[in-house]
Design a protein. Structure first.
Lengths: 463, 290
């Protein structure tokens, strides 16, 4: 009797909650709430963020975090008669990862397909949370993607996600400032250091750029550039206890020394990234350039309306050796299939199909400012010749980012990226407070990572 | 009492008054900042000659409000509605349960009362955050994850509220009053409803306010339990916009919406406080007289 009562109570509450969701979703939807609740997969508690009209088809749940994903989902659902996407915005970055991690621990609650940044993939493969897509035919579409993105989506020989966007890096410069002080725009890091001093000597009150102690993505990419594109880690999901850590190379130390000296000379700023002061300095002319990813302009334009006299231009990232340029990447995102999915084959199909054509990519480029790793879009005339109003119509893809995106060869991430990043923050902050010089900072950083990896049970190889 | 003395210049009070003014300024500056910032456009938030604590030339408050209504199909108002739902269902539920439990603890003698009350007191010490993962496991068994109940059910329990009501019952509700009602032939329920509840009104309002505010400010529980952005309360929603505004791929700078959204979201709480304040104040004085 008691059990029945509880069951009835729970069922009643469930019915209430379902009715509540359906009732307030509104918007002239033709969806019948009882239809969605019966055809939706078991792990889909709430209604989707999008409206599904073909309610008789099987549904795949997808987590992705940007508003412009809505039209991409609608396009997919319109053009597919075998499966429909039920999209949920579960939060951006950490917000979504918190939920995914909790769901992995609880053994339930994860979606079929999840948007993940490349750097997080191996932290989830080590928990057996992601499906190796090679058994669902992802190798058949390998030729659609840049080599770098393919490597980023792979953990060893397994491919655990479908690449979506990348962040090839370039230098965004305030051309008006360089022109005003009659300083040439640098193409190598040597020229960059010279330009930094020349700007100061000519009376420019700001800094050529900022070197943020906490700008991990940016800094890791700059280290990689001096290491022929290597991240410092070697890792393979097939051998999950083996980890190679090789951070304290001559290349990394050279980069660290370079920026340390420029900051000490007072020609490069050392403000933390992500603060409001940093954004202000970016748009009010305190920094004359921004070491940025391809989506940087789309982001900057959101706050730059205040200084209309600014003239921005995108140029290739300076190189250490102009004869052997190394292209680096800020980061990027992908779609992975979770091991909690009860329909992995269908989920893999959806993950591969979401950005599997030019029409969805047009939405991605124009509405979400995504930089494609999908070669048909990346190499299309449309993308090459796209003018950017922020740069007064400069075709930045043809000029800068196309070469950067195609030249990027991919990196290996460690299975504990958040730890790596927080330690890098601390190491750099300590260096800037004078606790260690550039060389020891990198050696200490290496030692910290090795110690941590060993404590976690990895067999670590160095050098 | 000092009421017979004339008010006015009293040199002895000056240091304490200066101290209070400093405290006032200290606590009101963030609010003032929020009010000013909610009238600024996105670029003005960063590049404004008037500084962060004064209005810029362009008054964008209404533009921001309409941004709240149009961005992502006006999901902001849905988040605000969710917060109201969770806070008031959770708050009223928690108050009801606290009143019943606290009254029972204070006025009835039953076996194990001390032990059970010690359990309640002990649970005050357990931070709600520590219970999120076990709750997630339990709710996922009941398929309540990603439903409004995953947020409402845990906020129905308020050990602090139970404790407050019990103490208040003991102090402000004389047993003689209840006995008189019983002698007059009132049932236990009638005694509770018609005699005790009116006496407890200040305590009830206090507990209601405390639990509404606690549920309104709840962040970690809904952050973990609710994956669908349609169910988020305002805390989780604004935090998402904040992350969405930080530098990254697919990010958009919607700082003006974060700021004006935060400003609008505190209005209901301020209204609730002003509205319930007179019950509350009378409650505090009543308590002090007893």
């Amino acid at each position: 009797m008691k059990k029945q009562l509880i069951a009835a109570g729970v069922a009643g509450m469930l019915a209430l909650s379902l009715a509540g969701c359906a009732g307030s979703s509104g918007g002239g939807a033709t969806t019948n709430p009882s239809d969605t609740s019966t055809s939706a997969p078991a792990n889909n508690g709430a209604a989707c963020d999008n409206t599904i009209t073909k309610t008789n088809l099987p549904q795949v749940t997808v987590w992705a975090w940007y508003p412009a994903f809505g039209p991409v989902v609608d396009l997919f659902n319109q053009t597919h008669d075998d499966v429909q996407i039920c999209w949920t915005n579960a939060g951006q970055g950490g917000g979504e990862y918190d939920k995914f991690t909790t769901a992995i621990q609880a053994g339930t609650g994860a979606p079929d397909v999840i948007m993940l940044e490349f750097e997080t993939l191996s932290s989830y493969t080590i928990q057996n949370a992601l499906v190796d897509l090679t058994k669902y035919g992802i190798n058949d579409i390998k030729s659609n993607f840049t080599a770098g993105a393919w490597k980023d989506a792979s953990v060893g020989s397994g491919v655990y996600a479908v690449p979506v966007d990348g962040g090839p890096m370039g230098l965004l410069v305030r051309k008006d400032i360089f022109d005003k002080y009659n300083v040439p725009i640098p193409t190598t890091w040597d020229e960059f250091a010279t330009a930094a001093k020349a700007l100061k000597d000519a009376g420019y009150p700001g800094y050529i750029t900022d070197w943020p102690s906490n700008g991990e993505s940016q800094l890791l990419a700059l280290y990689e550039q001096a290491n022929a594109g290597a991240s410092g880690f070697t890792y393979d999901a097939a051998n999950p206890q083996q980890l190679g850590i090789n951070f304290n190379t001559a290349g990394t130390k050279k980069v660290q020394e370079y920026w340390y000296n420029l900051v000490k000379q007072g020609v490069v700023a050392n403000d933390d990234a992500g603060t409001t002061d940093y954004t202000t300095a970016m748009v009010n002319g305190t920094y004359a350039s921004y070491i940025s990813a391809a989506w940087g302009p789309g982001y900057l334009s959101g706050a730059s309306g205040g200084s209309s006299d600014a003239v921005w231009q995108a140029v290739p990232l300076p190189q250490w050796d102009k004869a052997n340029p190394v292209m680096v990447n800020w980061g990027g995102s992908s779609f992975a299939v979770t091991t909690q999915s009860k329909q992995p084959e269908l989920a893999a199909k959806v993950a591969m199909g979401i950005y599997g054509d030019m029409d969805s990519w047009k939405i991605g480029v124009e509405q979400a400012a995504l930089f494609p790793t999908y070669l048909p879009m990346l190499t299309s005339d449309y993308f090459k010749n796209l003018p950017y109003p922020f740069f007064n119509g400069q075709m930045i893809n043809a000029d800068v980012f196309l070469a950067a995106g195609q030249g990027y060869t991919g990196v290996v991430y460690s299975p504990f990226t958040p730890y790596v990043r927080s330690q890098l923050d601390q190491a750099n902050a300590a260096m800037m407070q004078g606790q260690s010089d550039a060389d020891t900072t990198i050696d200490n950083f290496q030692a910290t990572l090795v110690q941590y990896a060993q404590d976690q049970g990895f067999t670590v190889t160095q050098g | 009492m000092s009421t017979s003395k004339p008010h006015g210049y009293q040199p002895k009070r000056i240091p304490s008054q200066v101290f209070l003014v400093i405290l006032c300024v200290y606590f009101l500056i963030p609010l003032w900042w929020l009010l000013v910032a909610s009238t600024k456009s996105n670029p003005d938030l960063f590049v404004s000659s008037s500084g962060p604590l004064w209005f810029s030339g362009h008054f964008s408050f209404f533009a921001n409000l309409s941004g709240l209504s149009t961005y992502s199909n006006g999901i902001y108002w849905r988040w605000l509605g969710n917060s109201l739902l969770y806070a008031f269902v959770g708050g009223i539920g928690a108050t009801t349960i606290s009143v019943l439990a606290g009254y029972g603890f204070a006025k009835y003698n039953f076996k194990g009362r001390g032990f059970v009350f010690a359990l309640v007191l002990g649970s005050v010490m357990v931070p709600a955050t520590a219970l999120v993962l076990p709750l997630f496991m339990m709710f996922s068994k009941l398929s309540l994850i990603n439903t409004i109940w995953a947020v409402i059910l845990p906020s129905l329990l308020s050990p602090v509220g139970t404790y407050l009501i019990r103490v208040y019952c003991q102090e402000a509700l004389p047993d003689e009053l209840m006995d008189a009602a019983r002698v007059d032939g009132a049932s236990e329920f009638r005694t509770f409803w018609s005699v005790s509840i009116p006496q407890l009104r200040p305590a009830i309002v206090t507990v209601l306010l405390l639990s509404v505010v606690a549920t309104w400010n709840n962040f970690f529980l809904p952050q973990i339990m609710l994956s669908s952005s349609k169910l988020w309360p305002i805390t989780v929603g604004l935090n998402y916009w904040l992350t969405h505004s930080s530098v990254g791929s697919t990010s958009e700078q919607v700082w003006n919406l974060v700021v004006s959204g935060a400003f609008v979201s505190i209005v209901p709480l301020i209204v609730a406080f002003l509205f319930l304040q007179r019950y509350w104040q009378s409650g505090l004085t009543l308590g002090s007289l007893k």
